[in-house]
Ligand binder design. Sequence first.
Ligand code: SP5
Ligand code: ZN
Length: 342
Amino acid sequence: MKTVYTDKHKLRDAKIEIHEGGLVAPFECPRRAEIILERIMETGLGEVVAPDDFGLDPVLAVHDAGFVEFLRTCADEWAAAGFGGEAIANCWPTRTMNSPHIPRFIEGKIGYYALACETTISVGTYEAAVASKDVALTATALVMNGERAAFGLCRPPGHHAASDQFGGYCFLNNAAIAAQYARDTGAQRVALIDLDFHHGNGTQQIFYDRDDVLFLSIHGDPMDAFPHFLGHADETGTGAGQGFNVNYPLPPDTPYAVWKECLDQALARIADYAPDLLIVSLGLDTYEHDPISFFKLQSEDYTDCGRTLAGLGLPTVFVLEGGYAVEEVGVNTVNVLQGFDE
Ligand code: SP5
Ligand code: ZN
């Protein structure tokens, strides 16, 4: 299958992340995408093409305009306030002081639009996020125009980004933007399965009241894992979306055999839904040696996963999400794609 890729992901190159009581170099780093691209070249997976520019309309179809403008201006406003380093939230409209007022000063504004503080906004972050959504949209357009499948090598990732919040290394929700674009260009129903170790809280929130995008996610139980406040099995959708949100939270040390049972259940639900398009939020942080996650998938399991996904026989767009065992992320990603192509 074809891969969509651009070097512009390198514009997202933050220097710090808050992790376990200190500052570390971010797990979500440019090298991840380079290693995946190198593996695609070395295995001859297929042609690598550059993204087209889709502009902001498909972004504004799922994200709040004020939020997008905040992302665009945040790094500049941070610098204009005289702050050094990278923009980071330190104060939040949490349960006991929830308010609709959006602060004018950047210190408050970033708290309003943030859902987690591990993720800073560095110079270039917005430009990289815009390029990343173009990667996802270009892959989706390829499949809407007749390719059986395509891989959007997206960086930064997207699935934690909600309609008006960033966090979890995500700024714009690439998979959600792609799903909405597919709806707007002819797909009646879209299924979106999230295989990243972390629950796709942003994607869930964006489509929670809708029945035209079925969302399913297999992930670390939020009682134990980030994003901690969403991803429970009893979150099944609301209004017209009731029954169109499906979560499979799993405990620490889950091996592939157990994970695969959930995948089979999820694929049965997707087959029943009979969508025109499948979008896969492909995270590789389910890997046994991932530094921030707790599942036990092995490299060969990813090939089986890809093969299993292909069994649905649906036009399929893969969108890269997480995966932080950098040396192995190329092999694991391409194993999924090769398994699918077999
Ligand atoms: C796209 C994606 O995979 N985002 C993940 C963001 C996770 N950020 C918070 C990670 C906290 C990890 N805590 C691990 C504790 C066990 N060592
Ligand atoms: Zn993840």
